[in-house]
Design a protein around this ligand. Structure first.
Ligand SMILES: NC(=O)c1ccc[n+]([C@@H]2O[C@H](COP(=O)([O-])OP(=O)(O)OC[C@H]3O[C@@H](n4cnc5c(N)ncnc54)[C@H](OP(=O)(O)O)[C@@H]3O)[C@@H](O)[C@H]2O)c1
Length: 284
């Protein structure tokens, strides 16, 4: 038996910035695979019928956009899910949808792993995502080789819900940092200090971060080629606000950043990188 005959078949749903590259790595890892996305793709493994795609697979893996996409797709393929299948969610979703997937899969006897991730377009290309994996320990162990085709690290977290909460609250820092960086760049520019001088001043400072290194130069150049889209960061911010509300907390920092993202989104900038937050101060 050759390697691919012994590996489970994987269906990859959602061929966006991350899913398209993840699908290549999963196939490259020797897994027989099939892909589906809402809009047709020119790929030899593309299956236009989502139910067919799920039916052909042992493991369904989702890199879909948001809760609407995940719920719609899950509802469509639910009739072919069951005890012989595993459903893995990699999308960043909300509290309620995480609980919904846990309950639905448990009822069907379908194994479920919630594994949202950190890592952007470049990390997906390098197969170096980091998954926050919340689910049954034995299930995570059995899925480790598959997850490693796309990831540098699989971090086990206490539960599927914890994975969602950890992912959203790390994005809270990411969105807030980029908003702060946009404000800092603008104040410096208004006082005649060039962006590269400001970014050099940040480097030895305790506020320096990989994120600022990634986003600072492109923001200064007005380059908003999407690595992580504004519309996706905006939906994450809304899910974060829901988490805060559920906990009875007011979170004015992320609430204000959400308002700024909504304004940019309303101007039709949703598919640009979320660092387009800087546009509130420039017209680049
Ligand atoms: N990019 C990043 O840096 C990053 C980092 C961490 C987490 N994430 C999360 O990972 C997930 C995927 O991210 P991404 O950047 O790859 O997103 P993306 O480029 O926006 O791709 C989203 C995918 O969802 C599909 N989709 C959207 N609405 C749908 C609907 N109503 N029904 C069915 N399919 C729908 C799209 O299909 P079509 O293209 O076929 O229309 C596309 O394949 C998101 O939850 C995101 O928040 C992304």
């Amino acid at each position: 038996m050759n390697q691919s005959q012994s590996l489970p078949t994987v269906a990859i749903f959602g061929l966006g910035i991350i899913g398209s590259q993840a699908a290549d790595h999963i196939a490259g890892g020797g897994y027989p695979s099939v892909t589906w996305s809402r809009n047709t793709r020119d790929r030899s493994d593309y299956e236009p019928d989502p139910k067919e795609a799920a039916e052909k697979a042992d493991i369904v893996v989702c890199y879909l956009k948001d809760v609407e996409a995940v719920r719609q797709v899950f509802h469509t393929i639910k009739p072919v899910l069951g005890p012989a299948k595993t459903f893995i969610n990699h999308a960043t979703i909300d509290y309620e949808t995480t609980e919904y997937l846990v309950a639905e899969c448990a009822q069907m006897g379908c194994a479920f792993l919630n594994a949202p991730f950190t890592g952007s377009r470049v990390a997906a290309g390098n197969a170096s995502l980091v998954y926050y994996a919340g689910g049954d320990e034995a299930l995570i162990s059995s899925l480790q080789p598959l997850l490693e085709t796309t990831a540098a690290q699989i971090m086990r977290v206490p539960s599927p819900l914890a994975a969602t909460i950890l992912k959203l609250t790390t994005n809270l820092i990411t969105a807030s940092t980029v908003q702060a960086l946009a404000e800092g760049l603008s104040i410096n520019a208004a006082h005649g200090i060039p962006a590269d001088t400001y970014l050099s001043a940040i480097q030895p400072n305790a506020c320096a971060s990989t994120l600022i290194e990634m986003k600072g130069p492109s923001m200064a150049e007005g380059d908003y080629d999407p690595h992580f889209s504004l519309s996706n960061m905006l939906k994450d911010a809304r899910y974060m606000l829901d988490l805060a509300q559920r906990a009875g907390l007011e979170t004015p920092g992320i609430a204000n950043t959400t308002d700024q993202m909504q304004k940019r989104n309303d101007r039709g900038e949703g598919e640009h990188d979320f660092s387009i937050l800087y546009r509130q101060f420039t017209q680049q």
